[in-house]
Design a protein around this ligand. Structure first.
Ligand SMILES: Nc1nc2c(ncn2[C@@H]2O[C@H](COP(=O)(O)OP(=O)(O)O)[C@@H](O)[C@H]2O)c(=O)[nH]1
Ligand SMILES: [Mg+2]
Ligand SMILES: [Zn+2]
Length: 324
């Protein structure tokens, strides 16, 4: 290893990270086990984990552990996808957000029409976070082989498409729709995010053409998760042009990085109406006369379910309600 080299974080926990970097004279890229030099990394205070897959860092040889590295600094991030998932979140028990992926080109929000059940409100939250982080998001509706006539699924998928999120219906099992997903992923670093059991790891295996990630059973309790992936991990195709970050299954999701009165600035079909209500920015969008957001709901410009998500998220961010 040269004095100081650069590498990309592939996986890690709170204090041990695997970084892919030039391994030394003519060795090519290698995964180096690293620790943070001096234990604290500048500029990443306030998070549960200082580094996530996708991050670029500089490192040097660890003098006390030959073959290992010491991380010196984090290169500036292009973006980061974070989550808060603690139950009973409130101002006093506020917990540190976790960084799930960094420097990604695309976010694939994976959902299912069934098994686990269709949960569009959860998608609303993932998409909101994608927009907060300014990461282009796709909806990937996996297990399409299990789809049976379901007006709610069709209607909500159509509404997501209408407000500007591309929707891909796919089956990791039958291969249906996989080509469309492959095209969307080509040449990019994409993070797959969604509840446990929706098939994130199965999709990555299907796209990479080999079983790189463990696949779990869908837990009958659905909200428990199978805990096969507890940390994010970056996986690349052999050509190294296309890569994926597999993320841990998420049960609850509270948007990170905005306050309760900013939700209307980030939910994309609400944003053009923010501040336009009769009471301007002080409108709570619940009962106020001249509320442009409620008018848009009545006119069908904002879907009722999205409005319901909007109100719940606002409540949760003020600590009034517990995450669903
Ligand atoms: N029917 C069906 N089952 C699938 C599909 N994709 C994944 N599964 C199954 O769903 C379960 C969970 O998959 P997994 O990839 O571990 O989900 P993850 O938790 O999101 O990574 C496994 O039993 C998979 O075999 C699909 O397209 N159709
Ligand atoms: Mg998985
Ligand atoms: Zn209003």
């Amino acid at each position: 290893m040269r004095d100081t080299i650069k590498g990309q974080v592939i996986r890690g926990s709170r204090n041990i990270f695997f970084v892919r970097a030039e391994g030394g004279a003519g060795e090519g890229k290698a995964e180096i086990e690293c620790r943070i030099k001096g234990k604290v990394l500048k500029g990443v205070e306030g998070f549960y984990n200082p580094l996530a897959p996708g991050d670029w860092v500089s490192l040097e040889r660890d003098p006390s552990h030959p073959g290992n590295g010491l991380i010196l600094a984090l290169e500036e991030r292009r973006n980061r996808f974070t989550r808060r998932n603690q139950q009973g979140f409130d101002r006093n028990r506020s917990t540190l957000p976790q960084i799930l992926a960094a420097n990604v080109d695309a976010l694939f929000c994976v959902c299912t029409p069934a098994s686990p059940p269709w949960r569009p409100r959860f998608l609303d939250r993932l998409l909101l976070q994608a927009d907060i982080a300014r990461i282009p998001a796709w909806i990937v509706c996996n297990k399409w082989d299990l789809f049976q006539e379901d007006a709610d699924v069709e209607e909500r998928l159509e509404d997501f498409r209408r407000i500007g999120y591309p929707v891909i219906r796919v089956s990791a099992r039958t291969g249906e729709g996989l080509e469309e997903l492959r095209v969307a992923a080509a040449g990019r670093l994409s993070a797959l995010i969604g509840q446990s059991g929706v098939g994130k790891s199965s999709l990555i295996n299907a796209l990479l053409g080999e079983n790189r990630q463990k696949v779990g059973a869908v837990n009958e309790k659905y909200d428990r998760g199978n805990h096969i992936t507890s940390m994010s991990v970056l996986l690349e195709d052999p050509g190294r042009s296309t890569a994926f970050i597999d993320t841990p299954g998420i049960r609850r999701f509270l948007p990170d990085g905005i306050s309760s009165d900013e939700v209307e600035l980030y939910m994309r079909e609400f944003a053009p109406l923010a501040g336009k209500c009769g009471f301007g920015f002080s409108c709570a969008h619940r009962t106020e006369p001249g509320c442009k957001i409620m008018e848009a709901v009545h006119a069908g410009v904002i879907h009722e379910d999205r409005y319901e998500s909007f109100l719940r998220i606002k409540d949760e961010l003020t600590g009034k309600a517990v995450n669903e």
